[in-house]
Design a protein around this ligand. Structure first.
Ligand SMILES: C[S@@+](CC[C@H](N)C(=O)[O-])C[C@H]1O[C@@H](n2cnc3c(N)ncnc32)[C@H](O)[C@@H]1O
Length: 299
């Protein structure tokens, strides 16, 4: 087995808040390359059950191989986590002691130019977590009106210059200038005033985030997952969510508050936990991670 192409983030914190115990039932909604699943498995001392879900066939295939020797404990499903209830029905699981969601894309997805998530490695305008189905980043550019594209860039990218970016992108599209992630990044950069972002992040970062969220409908599926997951928890069962940007974190925070108001349980993390300085130094991609945890109470 080759080394996993993704370093799991905040693993110690995941274990501390998910609190897996031998014999328990856990769901890893974003299996990726199995880093968190493996940590949970080891903590459960070779007993219990872990349902590991990922919509990306490459991640799924990797997990199947990685957990081949433990397939009586780890069951892998190639599915969108929005279908968690359906997956658990197939696995004949009715409730769980813990559910984990580690949002966003894996390093393997970002680093593979062919997947189109990155403007640093040039590739097709794709950005689908599951490349087998659904709309692509190119669909957004081709099919959305200039106004709708601007709204997507504003809402999902929190980009103040969304209107001028959308105008430049649609013009460039009509002129045949947008072919791949590099040309899109260049058009976005050219549409913005010099010095915008002051060199902190690439000027196309927010636009790329917006398109990725739109392509995968990320905010809506996360919101639905949290609602479904909390109702699948056993009493004292825990829901742990790791987010990577403010829009995701807001959804988690609001959902947990809503569950608490409905007296479904309590928020365990009043403030989100962040990775330690050591972890950020070792794995810079962990730097924007925020972890929140919720515990279900007796119904
Ligand atoms: C940050 S990575 C998770 C890494 C994983 N925890 C590990 O240790 O390797 C996020 C993973 O979630 C998957 N993913 C994102 N959205 C998903 C969804 N709606 N349903 C299922 N999987 C999803 C991605 O394909 C990616 O593999």
């Amino acid at each position: 087995m080759t080394e996993a192409p993704h370093e799991p983030v905040m693993t110690d914190e995941v274990l501390a808040w998910l609190n897996p115990q031998p014999g328990g039932t856990f769901v890893d909604c974003t299996g990726g390359f199995g880093g968190h699943t493996e940590a949970i498995r080891v903590r459960m001392s070779g007993t219990g059950q872990i349902i590991t879900i990922d919509c990306d066939p490459t991640a799924y295939e990797y997990c199947i191989k990685r957990f081949e020797a433990y397939k009586n404990i780890v069951q892998c499903y190639n599915s969108n986590f929005v279908k968690i209830s359906e997956v658990l029905r197939k696995a004949e699981v009715t409730s769980a002691d813990g559910v984990l969601v580690d949002c966003g894309v894996s390093s393997a997805q970002i680093d593979n130019a062919e997947r189109g998530f990155s403007f640093r490695a040039n590739g097709p305008l794709d950005m689908r977590m599951n490349p087998g189905s659904g709309r692509t980043a190119l669909s957004a550019i081709r099919e959305l009106s200039e106004t709708d594209l601007a709204n997507v860039i504003f809402e999902y990218g929190e980009e103040r210059k969304s209107r001028r970016i959308a105008r430049a992108v649609k013009d460039a599209w009509r002129n045949g200038e947008i072919r791949d992630t590099a040309s899109l990044a260049e058009i976005v950069k050219r549409s913005l005033p010099r010095g915008y972002e002051h060199g902190r992040i690439h000027p196309a970062t927010r636009t790329f985030q917006a398109l990725r969220i739109w392509v995968n409908d990320e905010l809506a599926v996360l919101d639905k997952l949290l609602t479904d997951a909390v109702s699948l928890l056993k009493p004292q069962g825990r829901l742990v969510a790791i987010s990577f940007h403010s829009l995701e974190d807001r959804i988690v925070k609001r959902a947990f508050k809503k569950f608490e108001s409905a007296e479904m349980g309590c928020i365990l993390t009043k403030k989100p936990l962040l990775p330690t300085d050591d972890e950020v130094e070792r794995n810079p991609r962990s730097r924007s991670a925020k972890l929140r945890a919720f515990e279900r109470r007796e119904p």
